[in-house]
Write a protein that binds this ligand. Sequence first.
Ligand code: SF4
Length: 241
Amino acid sequence: MAMATTTSKQKIVHQLFTALGKHLKTKPLEARPVLEQFVYAILRENATRESADQAFASLQEHFFDWNEVRVSSTLEIVEALDGIVADAETRAQRIVDFLQEIFETTYSFDLEPLLEVLQKKGLKLASKQLARYQAANEYAVTWVIQQSLGGHAIPLDAAAIRALKRMGLAEESGDLESLRTSIEHQVPKAKGLQFVDLLSVLTDVHCHEDQPACSRCPLRQACPTGLESKHTVAATSKKPR
Ligand code: SF4
């Protein structure tokens, strides 16, 4: 998919907020300590906010505290997540690895002292430090920067990137960092969280991995892939029989 021009990019982003945002009023997220934001990010990547909220609540119901999660088997954690989020096993393992690493380095599950250090470092150095955790990836680090440090950082998961490429907002072969920079340039900081939520809904309801449901998508008049599929359908239906 060719990259959209700056004007059409703005039009698509605007459509996302208006056409899709009409149906989804984003509430502020529950405030959480930085350790819990990290765990939440592991659950939120490639899942909707609703599923991540349910998965997080399920962990809290099934386990007494984070230490109990750490010493539990992956299978027990999978049981708490199963049917709520996909890839429950990978997520469970990452959560255990993360909690284990935190426990081994701090002998507690309190990362708030680290947060104070990170706040003084500035966002770039803070990102580098967070990325050192074995369970960290670009999404989790960006999530924590956005939620705990108030940075203008937009976490993009594989599903979001797929939709952004189809919408011509991302290059097919571009790297993630330049994509994030470009998106952060187009979406104001105050709307960062809503943008993430809207992309999750879009990919969950319309922009599926296989066969995007363009004909029912509210972005079909602005999205190049949606327009292309409309023309293909029109051309096919006009063919003489
Ligand atoms: S029009 Fe199609 S390709 Fe574009 S965002 Fe909607 S579902 Fe995805």
